[in-house]
Design a protein around this ligand. Structure first.
Ligand code: FMN
Length: 224
């Protein structure tokens, strides 16, 4: 149940695993339920919606941006922030997720810029996939997303859920809920105070000539 009245906050929530029965997808479902309990609304998606071929500039030039990238772009534009539950593969993020981020980074305006983000992971390991989230934070921050400082990693996730899909450990469930509520508060604040957005976003590696948008400016920087 919502604890207070909010202005509308809409969040994209997805798990970054392709497999059926994904623990990260279960965690994403739980996060979506908590967002709604706390008064937000949810755009629920799956990594399958965002699958893209391997990034290739030649393909981009000849065929344009793929449907999976377009789908993530459109959902980012239509929401106030996003929450990803990502598996950890070899102490990093899944390649398919990084590949989709790379494709989506080619849109202008670039849709990660200025979005609030919350990162989660579920893993059978004792660390819960936290190391992978540090690697996911890096490209998102580079692209101007405001990644929430606290990240949630569900260790031993294969034993962690109860029959109703909640986290069986009530203290951990409470930690999860209160952290998400704080995140929603920040997303709401960012709607009232748009200057919370990063003001300068550089796209490294692009040619610094006039034809290329090298820097995207926020409102404060643009006013100078
Ligand atoms: C290629 C590969 C690498 C993995 N590396 C890690 C890892 O570094 N750390 C970890 O906690 N789990 C690792 N795992 C285990 C995953 O956490 C586990 O498969 C998990 O179920 C994946 O998430 P999902 O259930 O959402 O698909 C790895 C799994 C695969 C297939």
């Amino acid at each position: 149940m919502a604890t207070k009245k909010r202005c509308s906050v809409r969040l994209l929530v997805f798990g970054a695993s392709l497999r059926d029965g994904s623990m990260n997808d279960r965690l994403a479902s739980l996060a979506a339920a908590v967002v709604e309990e706390k008064g937000g609304s949810v755009e629920r998606a799956s990594m399958k919606d965002f699958e893209c071929p391997p990034y290739d500039l030649d393909v981009e030039v000849s065929k344009g941006l793929p449907a999976g990238a377009q789908a993530l772009h459109d959902k980012l534009v239509a929401t106030d922030g996003f929450m990803i539950a990502s598996p950890e593969y070899n102490a990093s993020m899944p390649g398919i997720l990084k590949n989709t981020i790379d494709w989506v980074s080619r849109f202008r305006p670039q849709p990660f810029n200025g979005k609030q983000a919350f990162l989660m992971a579920a893993s059978p390991s004792m660390t819960g996939g936290k190391i992978g989230l540090w690697s996911l934070r890096q490209p998102l921050e580079h692209l101007g997303a405001r990644v929430y400082p606290d990240m949630f990693a569900l260790a031993q996730a294969h034993h962690a859920f109860d029959a109703s899909g909640r986290i069986a450990d009530s203290k951990l469930q409470n930690w999860f809920e209160t952290t998400i509520e704080c995140f929603i508060d920040l997303v709401e604040a960012s709607k009232h105070y748009p200057h919370l957005k990063k003001q300068w976003v550089e796209f490294l590696g692009e040619r610094p000539d006039e034809e290329t948008t090298r820097v995207e400016m926020g409102e404060t920087a643009a006013a100078v």
